[in-house]
Design a binder for this molecule. Structure first.
Ligand code: FAD
Length: 313
């Protein structure tokens, strides 16, 4: 806690106001995470100012959207988190050309799916029921039922940690399965806005596609506290199928358990912490490697108390 107190005082001195203290567990759908400092940026000028000041004072930050793909540390997070609100939650489709939508990085993905359906634009419907924000979805190239968000992105607007604006066009974007590689030097940038291109369709048709995706999700996934699929699927196989085939459903460490509905879901059932989840995930990963020779790689972003991404190795 000492380190957070130090950063809290430092940030207070830099910004002239008291930074907000939050429990990351209250933001996380898995309800895991210790305390941290939060900036809620509502406009581009305020966001640039936050980034510039943090950068000048060499303070690392972590962008957080819905926190639905981040396993937060139990210890206090020394890097302040930045979430996008206000202007960054806008969804615009009028007067942008056929099928184009402009989405703020902080916009709820579920809301974008609903708006696309209302105006009869097809492409986002397979992502129905997926939690989180547009910025978080693009950062990890989220997807489901054969559709990844990266395939729809036409242009990205970024702010670098120094507060510099960068615009990237489709041809410059490098999306792979559940991965988006930002160009060298821009890895830590914040996605504050983007354009996506959808196909004109009818509201009814888009609603049918969306309902099908939602229903399949409800039938195949558990309802408890989780971060969705914990591991990425290895090429040509499914992580859930592999884990299930080894009889690991129900395996438990502390308050974390492998779901008996979908073996790639780790649930927080009894006040689990990051340590429980990591120990369980490591066990699963080691057993799968030993029995099948396949190395599972986490899909969720695991961060340590300094805000740095950790591997499971
Ligand atoms: C029940 C459940 C089901 C899920 N099902 C799926 C699924 O079917 N398919 C799938 O792909 N995922 C799934 N997920 C995971 C998750 O919902 C998605 O990855 C989601 O798109 C993450 O968005 P977020 O806003 O919550 O991102 P966060 O979890 O907040 O962040 C994810 C990463 O993006 C970074 N980030 C966040 N916002 C920004 C930004 N504006 N600019 C730059 N970086 C940013 C973070 O630092 C972090 O590294 C599921 C999760 C849950 C809880």
């Amino acid at each position: 806690m000492e380190e957070v107190k130090r950063i809290w005082l430092e940030v207070k001195k830099i910004f002239g106001t008291e930074p907000q203290l939050v429990m990351l567990s209250s933001l996380s759908p898995m309800a895991i995470g210790g305390p941290g400092l939060r900036f809620r940026a509502s406009s581009e000028s305020y966001l640039s100012d936050i980034l510039r000041k943090l950068s000048k004072n060499k303070i690392r930050y972590v962008p957080i959207g819905g926190c639905s793909n981040i396993l937060c540390p139990d210890e206090p997070l020394e890097a302040p988190i930045i979430t996008l609100i206000g202007d960054f939650c806008q969804i615009v489709w009028r007067s942008l050309g056929s099928g184009v939508m402009r989405l703020g990085g902080g916009a709820s993905l579920a809301k974008c799916v609903r708006v696309a359906q209302k105006v009869g634009l097809s492409g986002l419907a397979p992502l129905s029921g997926l939690p989180g924000t547009v910025g978080g979805a693009v950062r990890g190239n989220a997807g489901s039922f054969g559709q990844s968000i990266g395939e729809l992105v036409e242009r990205l607007y970024l702010l670098t940690p120094e507060g510099r604006e960068v615009v990237l066009e489709r041809a410059e974007l490098n999306f792979d399965y559940r991965r988006f590689t930002l160009p060298k030097g821009l890895e830590e940038s914040l996605i504050y806005c983007l354009l996506i291109k959808l196909k004109p369709s009818s509201s009814l048709q888009v609603a049918i596609e969306g309902n099908e995706a939602k229903r399949s999700r409800e039938l195949s996934q558990p309802k408890g506290r989780s971060l969705g699929c914990f591991f990425k699927n290895p090429p040509g196989d499914s992580a859930g199928r592999l884990i299930d085939s080894l009889g690991l459903k129900g395996l438990k460490v502390g308050g974390a358990i492998i779901s008996d509905i979908h073996a790639n879901f780790i649930l927080n059932v009894e006040k689990a912490n990051q340590k429980d989840v990591l120990e369980l995930a490591l066990k699963v990963k080691d057993l799968v490697l030993k029995k099948t020779g396949l190395k599972l790689i986490p899909e969720v972003k695991i961060i340590d108390s300094q805000g740095l991404e950790m591997s499971l190795d």
